[in-house]
Design a protein around this ligand. Structure first.
Ligand code: ADP
Ligand code: ZN
Ligand code: ZN
Length: 734
């Protein structure tokens, strides 16, 4: 008789590269994917069962028993385990951290799964409908709530989250109960077999949109790139695709770069599919996030809308993954388990037989190449439904028209014309703060962070100078510490631009959008709403301006300064700057009357600037792809970066050299090992950074060498203060 498996192989929540064997306690039969608590060292650790075995190489006397099995069933199903095992291997990261990190924080800490109480649904009562129509409902919030239910359709019953999304209000349960006590609302319980039907879309699809929806084969995991000019109605296409997949009783995972920046998008999805959406992002309270995750895992919610980490939500009936704005760097995790959610989404589609759609007006060169070479399917939206077109980009030569506080005369004239026509001006400046630096004109001294290779920035209404890298703050010096002269503020940030604009256009409403201005909860929603309601107005902001917002009144987009980004040496700086210009340009000219895009540059004749064309992005970036091919850069080659950082420059250098030696020893002929070299920002937060770049025409040699070298360097003696991190397919080399 074969021995029944009494050994569990566990991945522990520790940065360790191996599984640990434990004896199963009497009567316990956990399955892979279940959490356990195990004795570890002198304490205990949470872990996940990866496999069961009949025997162990650990001598029986040394084998310890599991302390407790925490779940009655696997939390991570077989396909998610497979995905995370693949991810841990591909990104060279310890499996335990990848597995536990994929769970909501509450579960990672060992909390039990929540029991989900059936959720109350709210419905407009006949009395409520009458009261609404007779204008007897006085309160603004009350009216908005009743109105949202009326608009959701006859007899629509919505949960609180959907109502909150539909009204844009944070609705407390108490508020809804109050409306019920007045007789205006009724409650019902959800019926899983008869979910509320999707709200019909606002628009009939254009033929192009229909073709895009039809291009998705929901039974096939070949990824589909949906490349549509800004404003071409990609969201409507996603929603129709989702509807088709839901109708086949499957679930939909909708990944977006950042929920906070695009509140309308998640609200729109929730309104379209009332009561079916689970929102998952890091802004949620721990308990809220856990309940949303559990509702998706149990199949109670059919759509998950979330950021990067929502990729790992268990979905028993997954049928479609949508990655919106696939070019956004937010899909790449930048510390710890450095995965790219877009790339792992494609892997997940393969494993689970789910369709995958990547959407963008400005796809990454990697995705574009995959689609044009036939590896991905391609659907294009070349036109906007309203027939408007992204305007051409015009350059303003800053050598001929010098900028004063960022503003040239031609830009100011064009702004005046736009405002006179009751239209809005959007000004993009990808740098926040007031003045960039505090410098001495007499001796050249510049205020710098004591801990980083970075200059301090000055913000309006803050008497202190701030480091954007490490958060260091200090009193703003008035005089130069070297020579005693008064200090000047040089450079330009959004706050200073805002002040200059207020002087030029003293009576025009002015709105600023950057991380500083949206810090308060609800501030962004408020600003977006104001922009929508205003006529003539000026909006200044960072790249946040360019994020998917749909405003009909934008007559002019001004790009204040792009030269730094366009001509930088970093791998993707040019690509990212072009994407930013095209996305920003896409905000203009959506309504009647077209629009203009003005770009201030000192290089108006440069081929990159001359070929700017928001309407034909793929053609515009074709030369960049050729450059990448010639240089063996992605997508025509593969990169990995090994970063070494330490408390002193000497430590960082010494250990980076040892890591490089291991890599060289493991490398085959088709792998280049470049470095170590100091990172572009050598010193950040009092630590020193070196990096080694690996480049190969194929993935294989790169991963084989890394895996071997990593084993070797893990055996090295090293002070605890030295850290080594691996970044596969890095989005930036800085
Ligand atoms: P994208 O995400 O491609 O930039 P959106 O999905 O935001 O574009 O759509 C842009 C605008 O076009 C929105 O105001 C949307 O309501 C509108 N729209 C989308 N599809 C249609 C259609 N078929 N007919 C009319 N208007 C549409
Ligand atoms: Zn000085
Ligand atoms: Zn700093």
């Amino acid at each position: 008789m074969a021995a029944s498996p009494r050994i569990a192989r566990i991945a522990l929540d520790r940065p360790l590269d191996r599984l640990f064997d434990y004896r199963l306690p009497e009567a316990a039969t956990p399955q892979p994917g279940q959490r356990i608590r195990a004795p570890f060292g002198r304490g205990t650790a949470i872990g996940v069962v990866v496999e069961l075995a009949a025997s162990s190489e650990v001598p029986p006397g040394r084998l310890r028993a599991l302390q407790a099995v925490l779940d009655a069933e696997p939390l991570l199903d077989a396909s998610l385990l497979e995905l995370l095992q693949f991810g841990a291997r591909y990104y060279h990261h310890p499996l335990g951290e990848a597995l536990l990190g994929a769970l909501p924080p509450a579960l990672r800490h060992g909390n039990p799964l929540p029991a989900l109480a059936p959720e109350t649904l709210w419905r407009l009562s006949p009395t409520g409908r009458d009261a609404l129509n007779d204008h007897r409902v006085r309160g603004r919030r009350q009216r908005a709530t009743l109105r949202a239910l009326e608009q959701a359709g006859p007899d629509a019953a919505l949960d609180r989250a959907t109502l909150a999304a539909a009204t844009g209000l944070r609705l407390a349960p108490r508020e809804l109960r109050g409306l019920k006590e007045r007789g205006w609302l009724e409650t019902t319980a959800p019926d899983a077999d008869h979910p509320v039907a999707p709200t019909p879309g606002e628009h009939a699809l254009t033929p192009e949109q229909q073709a895009a929806v039809a291009a998705l084969d929901p039974t096939h995991p070949t990824p589909l790139l949906l490349q549509g000019v800004t404003g071409s109605g990609k969201t409507e296409v996603y929603l129709q695709m989702a509807e088709r997949v839901l109708a086949r009783q499957r679930q939909v995972l909708f990944l977006i770069p950042e929920i906070a920046l695009t509140p309308q998008l998640s609200a729109r999805i929730q309104q379209r599919f009332p009561g079916q959406v689970a929102l998952l992002h890091s802004g949620l309270a721990e308990g809220e996030r856990l309940r949303a995750w559990e509702a998706a895992r149990r199949g109670l919610r059919r759509i998950v809308v979330g950021t990067r980490s929502a990729l790992f939500t268990p979905l028993p009936d997954l049928g479609l993954i949508i990655v919106d704005e696939e070019h956004d760097a937010a899909f790449k995790q930048q510390d710890g388990f450095r995965y790219n959610a877009r790339d792992l989404a494609i892997k997940r589609g393969h494993i689970e037989g789910a369709a995958v759609v990547l959407g963008s007006a400005t796809p990454t060169l990697e995705t574009l190449h995959a689609a044009t070479s036939g590896r991905y399917a391609l659907a294009r939206l070349k036109n906007r439904p309203d027939g408007s077109r992204p305007p051409p980009v015009e350059a303003i030569d800053t050598r001929v028209h010098p900028a004063d506080e960022g503003l040239t005369a031609p830009l100011l004239d064009a702004m005046q014309q736009t405002l006179d026509a009751d239209q809005q001006c959007f000004l993009l400046l990808n740098r926040r703060g007031f003045a960039r630096v505090l410098s001495c004109d007499a001796c050249g001294w510049i205020a710098e962070c004591p801990s980083c290779d970075a200059r301090l920035t000055i913000h309006a209404h803050n008497p202190r100078a701030v480091c954007h890298l490490c958060g260091h703050q200090e009193a703003r010096p008035r005089r130069c510490p070297e020579c005693g002269e008064a200090l000047a503020q040089r450079g330009l940030g959004t706050q200073r631009l805002e002040q200059a604009l207020a002087r030029h256009f003293p009576t025009t409403p002015l709105i600023r959008l950057d991380r500083d201005s949206i810090r308060h909860k609800g501030a962004l929603e408020e600003a977006l709403e104001r922009i929508r309601q205003l006529g003539a107005a000026i909006v200044v902001g960072t790249q946040m301006l360019a994020k998917g917002h749909d405003f009909p009144q934008v007559g002019l987009v001004g790009v204040i300064d792009v030269d730094q980004g366009l001509f930088s040496v970093d791998l993707r700086a040019t690509e990212n700057t072009l994407q930013l210009i095209v996305q920003a340009a896409g905000r203009a000219g959506r309504g009647a009357g077209g629009g203009r895009v003005l770009l201030q540059t000192g290089h108006p004749d440069h081929p990159l600037i001359r070929s700017l064309d928001a309407e034909h992005y793929p053609a515009m970036v074709a030369p960049l792809l050729e450059e990448r091919a010639a240089a063996g850069m992605p997508p025509h080659g593969y990169l990995a970066l090994v970063r070494v950082d330490a408390d002193t420059a000497e430590h960082a250098r010494h250990h980076a050299e040892r890591v490089a030696a291991h890599l060289l020893a493991a490398a085959t002929a088709d792998l280049r090992v470049l470095g170590p070299a100091p990172a572009p920002r050598h010193r950040v937060n009092r630590r020193f950074r070196e990096q080694i770049l690996l480049q190969s025409a194929h993935r294989g040699p790169l991963h084989t060498a890394l895996a071997r070298a990593r084993q070797d360097w893990q055996a090295d003696e090293r002070p605890r203060t030295v850290r080594i991190a691996i970044d596969i397919d890095p989005v930036s080399l800085a």
